[in-house]
Design a protein around this ligand. Structure first.
Ligand code: FUB
Length: 386
């Protein structure tokens, strides 16, 4: 994350004002989860049903536990007039302030691993969330806690998870170091289970210093086609790639002897993410300032994990009628669908930590370019995992 210039740090002391704003229904009257403040997030959990067809403009408010039953009832009712019934996730999909989500499929469930979005000194743990259908999410509390990581004390950020040789490895940033004199950086913890508990693996950070100007935060670890694992990471407008060794305790130097190769594209700020699809490397990142409304995601396509990565354009950004500050994302594939899981700020919210996790569809055109994401309040359709 870029150093705060004025605005940021003053919030660090703990602006936890509870905004008890009333819920404002979406302008289109659909049943959705348009969050405004904490009250709205509670409402979001209660409102997960969208009915398409002749009753498409009917607003339905239900408790989550009642939504499927109600949907079934409506299905019977609408059956006679041949209407389709669609259950959608609503956005945000997780209750609470969370950011930097990384989504996966592990052990027959969808998983989301986010940052707990709070003042840095309170970012001392991470929760995870799992689902079998993208609609109902179960919270797994405190999958990792700084009390079990000797060198980490605050600012636990941006989890990235891979499964290898019977272990789930969780890579995380900690301490938001501003120089090589401070302890912290990117660490790794592991667990036999996707829900943790994750235990510090190395007893020290995996990356504890700035290389090529990159702050050691915002990592994404991915498996390449040949089975090698790479980490892409970096804040302060620089991004590096490094090849992990077999047991994730360190790195394999590149043929030229270097360990950290800079792959920074134009516009890069932080939030690196690599997607391999159809023999292409889709490198994505966040641009703009995460505390403001214009945070966004852009991408490039490369033929190798090292690029060169030439910026194609933005794929995710605010929509002044839906939410602001949309950024720091990951990509999820489920059957023939692709999703973008990201954080955004509910309309009217200005507290930098009031970020919520949302999901929308990610679409590729016939030539493999990513189409700009339409951010929604309705979220995505139910997609039971197989
Ligand atoms: O959540 C902490 C920081 O905010 C992340 O590291 C940045 O990418 C930004 O999303």
């Amino acid at each position: 994350m870029l150093p705060d210039r004025g605005l940021g740090r003053q919030h660090d002391g703990g602006d936890v004002r509870k905004r008890q704003r009333g819920f404002e229904p979406a302008p289109d009257g659909l049943c959705d989860a348009g969050a405004r403040g904490q009250l709205a997030m509670r409402e979001a959990a209660r409102m997960r049903c969208l009915v398409a067809g002749p009753l498409a403009r009917t607003s339905v408010v239900v408790h989550r536990s009642q939504s499927l039953a109600l949907a079934a009832l409506l299905s019977l009712t609408l059956g006679s007039v041949g209407a389709a019934q669609v259950v959608r996730s609503g956005n945000p999909i997780l209750q609470g302030w969370y950011a930097d989500p990384e989504a996966h499929v592990f052990e027959g469930r969808y998983w989301i691993y986010p940052t707990y979005s709070a003042p840095y000194d309170r970012q001392v743990f991470m929760d995870a969330f799992s689902s079998t259908d993208l609609i109902t999410w179960t919270k797994h509390s405190r999958i990792i806690d700084t009390s079990g990581v000797r060198w980490a004390r605050r600012a636990l950020w941006a989890p990235s998870i891979v499964f290898k040789d019977g272990w789930y490895y969780l890579f995380f940033g900690a301490n938001d170091i501003q120089s090589n004199q401070e302890p912290g950086g990117i660490g790794v913890a592991r667990s036999r289970r996707p829900e943790g508990p994750f235990v510090d693996y190395l007893g020290k950070p995996l990356i504890d210093a700035f290389h090529n100007g990159a702050q050691p935060i915002d990592q994404n670890v991915f498996r390449d086609r040949d089975g090698s694992y790479y980490i892409v990471y970096g804040g302060w407008r620089h991004c590096n790639i490094a090849k992990l060794n077999d047991d994730f305790s360190g790195f394999v130097p590149f043929p030229d002897g270097s360990v950290f190769k800079e792959i920074t594209p134009n516009g890069y700020v932080e939030g690196a993410y690599m997607l391999l699809k159809d023999d292409k490397y889709y490198f994505m990142w966040s641009e703009g300032g995460w505390t403001g409304p214009d945070y966004a995601v852009a991408y490039a396509i490369g033929a190798t994990p090292f690029g060169p990565f030439e910026r194609v354009g933005k794929i995710l950004q605010q929509d002044s009628t839906v939410a602001t500050g949309a950024g720091h994302h990951s990509v999820l594939q489920a059957r023939d669908k692709w999703y973008i899981v990201y954080h955004r700020r509910p309309l009217g919210e200005t507290d930098r930590n009031h970020r919520v996790v949302s999901i929308d569809e990610l679409r590729f055109d016939a030539r493999g370019f990513i189409q700009p994401v339409v951010i929604t309040r309705a979220g995505v359709e139910r997609n039971p995992i197989r």
